[in-house]
Design a binder for this molecule. Sequence first.
Ligand code: ZN
Length: 186
Amino acid sequence: MASLYFKYGVMGAAKSAELLTTKYRYEETGQKVMCLKADRDSRDGECIIKSRLGLSAKANNVSEIFGKSKTYFCGYSIILVDEAQFCTTEEIDLFAKIVDEYNVPVICYGLKTDFQNHLFEGSKRLLEIADNISEIRTVCWCGKKAICNARYNEFGIVRTGEQIMLGANDQYVSLCRKHYNAGMIK
Ligand SMILES: [Zn+2]
């Protein structure tokens, strides 16, 4: 039986690197992998999954799979989704349907919470319905597990604003809760 997975982690936890490594392992054994990326993330211009470690791969937008029939999915061994926090509830529900009705496993990688420590729509839905939820960990500058994606500028941590600020990865730092609340980015 296939499962719907949610692998979450803060920024810089190497989620995209793990996705691309998983893709490589499957393809190495001759299996077909579908890579998808949430539409709201146009960080790299075209639809490319990119890791800060230097790996990258072409992907399709999640919206491209709507309305496709069972035969479209059945040739695939696995579906990997990057930036799943930006998916809509409807899109996550479609992944669940692909798992349950077409028996293709779907692994979603993404952030759990935004810069104000609130759930993103896609992450909320995944926490509600995923079969398997796990954390990809990284650490705060103090060595403790990082759980907050702090947005910052030259004056320090930014605590108000739009939930999504694309193309601004250099304005985030992953912190433990204590240092997020204290406003200490290093
Ligand atoms: Zn800390």
